[in-house]
Design a protein around this ligand. Sequence first.
Ligand code: UDP
Length: 238
Amino acid sequence: TERQSKRRRVVLKLSGEAFGGGQLGVNPDVVSQIAREIAAATDRVEIAVVVGGGNFFRGAELSQRGMDRGRADYMGMLGTVMNALALQDFLEQAGAEPRVQSAIAMTQVAEPYLPLRAERHMEKSRVVIFGAGAGLPYFSTDTVAAQRALEIGADEVLVAKNGVDAIYTADPHKDATAERIEQVTFQDALVRGLKVVDSTAFSLCMDNGMDMRVFGMEPAGNITKALLGEPIGTRVTA
Ligand code: UDP
């Protein structure tokens, strides 16, 4: 399908961990700050958000502790929907017009995932929030962000991280020799095992020519900067 608008269009990936402020559940102060930063860019950029769910459940962790992996992953996906609703609420409070689309049917709380309708929302400056991941066990929300970006014709995937401001050669919290990387190819990121974003997301972007930027949510203002296309964090290209 042909894109109707000429404005910059992005998919922003927000980790669930950020929503919890390091704890289980949703921290309203954190989510309202994120919402205000998104709302500040809606007049210039078309924005879709993919929310993670790590502040509630991660399927892989639950399955290591004895649960069936598929069922545990569905719990993880349901967690992302709670984050989506929290973000929707704070976006409304911040003056934006959010719409939630879920990959798992949940008609009372979210529209079904409909990519064409998502694009129409974005053309009207509404922020689309994609919940429930891809609706598929064994996937991560990083990968969903890449897939949604491809399907709705976004220019870039923006991966917001907390606790780290870019991609490094190693974990900067554990390795004093870790160096910050300004720009890297998906191929290099995969070969060097740079794990801030999962490998399926990297390879999907690599195979389909989707650009990515990995940046830190801190300090305040960074999310708006990334949405507007400022060169913060690490640029990842094909
Ligand atoms: N999940 C899934 N399929 C998807 C997206 C997510 O099974 O398409 C599950 C998976 O168990 C994952 C959890 O939902 O661990 C939360 O998502 P993720 O770990 O990506 O959240 P984040 O780390 O960004 O907070």
